[in-house]
Structures are given as structure tokens and as C-alpha cells.
Design a protein around this ligand. Sequence first.
Ligand SMILES: Nc1ncnc2c1ncn2[C@@H]1O[C@H](COP(=O)(O)OP(=O)(O)OP(=O)(O)O)[C@@H](O)[C@H]1O
Length: 581
Amino acid sequence: MLEFEHVDEIDRVLRGVETGRDSLVTESWRRCVQTYGMDPSRPDPAHVVTETELREHREQSERLIATARSGLQTLFQQVAGQNYVLLLADAKGVCVDFFGDPRFEDQLRQAGLYLGSNWTEDLAGTCGVGSCIVTGKAITIHQSDHFGLAHMPLSCTAAPIFDTKGEFSAVLDISLLRSPSPKSSQNLAMGLVTASARRVEMANLMAMTRRDWVLRFSTSPEFLEVDPEAAVALDAAGRIVGMTSGARRALDPEAGGSLIGSRIDDWLELSVDDLPDLMRGRPTEERVLRLKDGRRLFGHAIAPQTPQMITALRQRETTLPGALGSFAGADPALGRLLEQAARLAPTQVPLLITGETGTGKERLARAIHVAGPKNRGFHAIRCTGPGAVESLADAAPGTLFLRGIEDMPLDGQAALLTLLDRRTDLRVVASCRCAASELSSALRDDLFYRVAGATLALPPLRHRSDLDWLIDRLLRWRCSADMRLSPAARAELKSRVWPGNIRELEQLLDVAIAMSEGSVIDLPDLPAAPKRAGPEPDDIDDLEALMAACGWNMAQAARRLGVNRSTVLRRIRKAGLTPPA
Ligand SMILES: Nc1ncnc2c1ncn2[C@@H]1O[C@H](COP(=O)(O)OP(=O)(O)OP(=O)(O)O)[C@@H](O)[C@H]1O
């Protein structure tokens, strides 16, 4: 009976009768009969490619499968209890990746919901994957929407995945062996599958365009950084060189052509020089993009990662010994300092580590010690403590860390000289909060030259360009839960001056973790910045370092200095500084 009704409905549709079916479905039925010469009543088993063909299909989609996998796993976890099956099919309709409940494997295989099934429309008739490929649109083919009787129990919802040039590259399909009758029961599946396809495209764009600027956008500022709607990749001249499919809809909803090769200022009141102002340092709601047609979006720009930057961190981790490899993120000045530290670590050269309070001088001393000769002691003394030097008379050979050597009283200096004369097996590493040039006036000459063999100057936190890295690392270390910062909270941290440097950041994060109620630290969870005035960039080097740390983002530099943008600009001009090319 059902069979008769189905064939009869297809027949009526072909004769032009309106039966209430979606037009995407009736157009597909027409193609099945008129173009592919199919018969709906013909028994139609699943079409499965051979093992060798499947391997070839999978090899061609290898990169996409790798990118899509983690997103698909998450999606599968969301729907697993409800008997959904997830398929990733390539542009030729062959299922190249599959997530399903192993308990139903035989049934899934029989129904064609399995690796290697070929779901092109000309073989399988109207179906989720095949009709999505023909139309290039997300589609639900529910039960009797299917052309072939064999597929009628199924409900399939499929969304297309486009590559960074806007070419159709795959289909993400979520299917059910048995489903409730109303088609609207699959609306949620449609939402999930389109959102997942969008995220796969985004991940693919980010992975493919690391050397270009990426501009991500969203209609609401709240979701801009967590789940942007679309993105374009731009070359140095502002030409669009990559995109997600949502970008075309967002920038050019009318025309519908490819954006590739056009310039970003064809669509937005924006030039490539404005991109640094759309980076993370600025609150999302201020990052407004104006479209030429008067609409507005919110933008998030991600700077190109130079090949050096991408490989430098990985290389540093593998080439620098011990904790030196993971001491800092991608800050170029710190990278150079760590390389010097690694070269000096195995030697006996006395080291002077300078830097403001809390910049990590002792931590660096310990990392150098660990990277040096094995099985030796690390003896740390506070130079102001009475009798501190004397207590070292019988210390095991190793590193002598002199904390705050600039404060050492004269009698302590004399005792230290005596000790160093006797104990040539102790390697001196001293820390001081002032510059090496100032230390020379605080120490006896003969002692100064015994401690200042090589100087390593740690930068203050406000000069470091790897603040994001450091925040994330400290967050990971300080709480077992998966805690993160809201974009607004992160922007606030990036605009602070940090007179107490890493120690201040650590304490702030401890407070924020305690104050936050869920897994996101938001602006109100952050303690206020201490009232002490931050250091003024009093010389040209300091201003240049601060600008570099802010990626030459005027707004961010202005917030760190507590002045307005025009003051920053004036100081830059006065100092004769120019941004790097
Ligand atoms: N690279 C780093 N990664 C993570 N945490 C760090 C790093 N450097 C320093 N810290 C942390 O910052 C805090 C201050 O570090 P440290 O005591 O080494 O600073 P310092 O420069 O010697 O300070 P002071 O001059 O005040 O003695 C410590 O809790 C340390 O663990």
C-alpha cells in the first residue's frame, strides 16, 4: 500500500501536481526519473565501493578527515544516545568517515550507513548526501522523501562543506535508521549538522592559511571569539585568498559569487592596515565592521603566523634543554635570551639575571641549573639575610643562587668573596632588580666582576608579546578544571601594566578562579588593578618594546599606558619610531 502511494505521488509530482513536498525533494525526484532514468519501485541495495576504491577516496580526503575528526567526535557524543549515525562523504558521495553505534553495525551496513557506501543521487536516488551534493545546500531527506523504497525508513540530514576557495569538498550527514514521522523532528539535527560543517570549514581555513591575516566575523559580539559565523583569509594587499562558505552569505548575500580574489575594501569600510585594531586586545563590542551596504558585523583579526613563529616554539621545545624549552611563548626577545641561557648552562661562567620583581629570575636560574651538569646542588640565599653566606661553607658543589644581590651589605660581600675564593666548585648565578650598570655601584668592584660574567635581562610582563600564552599556561597549572577567560576578561588583562609581573598575574588568576562561578572567568571576577602607578615608558627602547608587545595596536598601547591614542601617536612620532614592515 505504502509502496503504491509513494510511486503514485512521484507520478503525480512529475505530472505537475502539488503534493505538499518540499521543492528540493520534488526537483530531485524529477532528476531521478528524467535525468537518471530511475524507477522508484526497483529494489535498490546499498552501493558500496571496493576496499581499494575506498582507500583511494580516503587518501584524497585525508586532510579533511583529519580536520573534521575532532569536531565530528564531539558531535557524535551529543547525539550518540539517540541512535544517530554520522557520515562524512567526499564530494563524490562516498562515505569516507563514519561514527555509529557498533551494536547496530549489521543494520547500518545493510542500510548503506557505513564506510564505503556511495550515496550519489544518480545511484541512490533522492537522499541526504546525494541531493546535498547536487544542490550545494543543507537538506533533510526524511522517510518517504527518499526516491527509492529501500531507503524509506531512513531520515538523513546533510550539510555541505566547502574548501577555502569555495569549492564543494564534502558532506556531513547525520542519519537515523528509524525516526518519528514528522519531518520537523529533524530540525535540531539540521541545526547541529550545519553548525558542525561551519566549524569544520573554520578549522580548515585556520589550518590552511597560517601565513595570512584571518578576519573572522559574527553578527553578535558575544559569539565572535567562541563561535564566529564566518571568516576570510587576506593576503598582505588585502585580497581575499580563502574563505568559509558563510563569508559569502555574510558579505555578499545578493550576488552569491565567489569572493576569492576580491579586495576586503570592496565589501567593508576597512583596509588591511586596520586589521591590528581588530585583534584580541580590544573589547569585542568595539570591533565593529561596516559593510558597504550599511549593515554591520563584529570582527576578530588574527595576525599571520610567520613560518618562523610556527616552527620556533616547537623547535625551541625540542632543542633547548629541560625547562628552558618551555619557559616562554613566542616572544622573540625571550627566545633569544633562552638560547643564550642554554649555551651558558653547561659552563661555569657566573651569571647575572636582571629584571623587575616577579619577572622569573629565580625560575630562570633554576631552569639553567637543571639544564647544566647533573647531580649538583642548588643553593639559594637571600642576600640581605644575616649569616646566609656563612651557612654555605659545607654546601655540595653546584649552583649558588644569590637572590637580590644589589641589597647585599658590605660585610656579606666580604664573606661572599672569601667563600668564592675557597669554593671554586660553586657556580654563581645572581639576580638583581636593577640594571647591571646600576649594580656596579652597589657592589665592591672585585665582587662585581666575580658575579657579572654574562648578563641575562628578563623583560617585564608589559613588554612580552606572549602574554596570551602565559595566561593560558598559568590557568592550566592553577586549576584542574577546564577554566577559560571570557574575551572581555582577557582584553582587560592584556591592557594592564603588571608592576608585579608574573607574580601579580599568578595572584590575580588565583583570585579570579576563586571568584568565578562556572568554567569561564569573566570581567567581574577579576580583582581591580592595584592602585600603584605603573612604570612610565621613559625612554625610546621602553616605548618601542611596549608597542611591539601590543603588536603596534594603538588602542591597546593607550590602555596599558593609561593615555589616549593620540598621546601614544605623539610619543611615537617624537621618538621617531615606525612599526616593523
Ligand atoms: N616562565 C614562567 N612560567 C610560569 N611561571 C613563571 C615563569 N617565570 C616566573 N614564574 C612564576 O612567577 C613567580 C615569580 O617568579 P620568580 O620568583 O622567579 O621571580 P623573580 O624575578 O625572581 O622575583 P623577585 O625579584 O621578586 O625575587 C613565581 O611564582 C614563578 O613560579
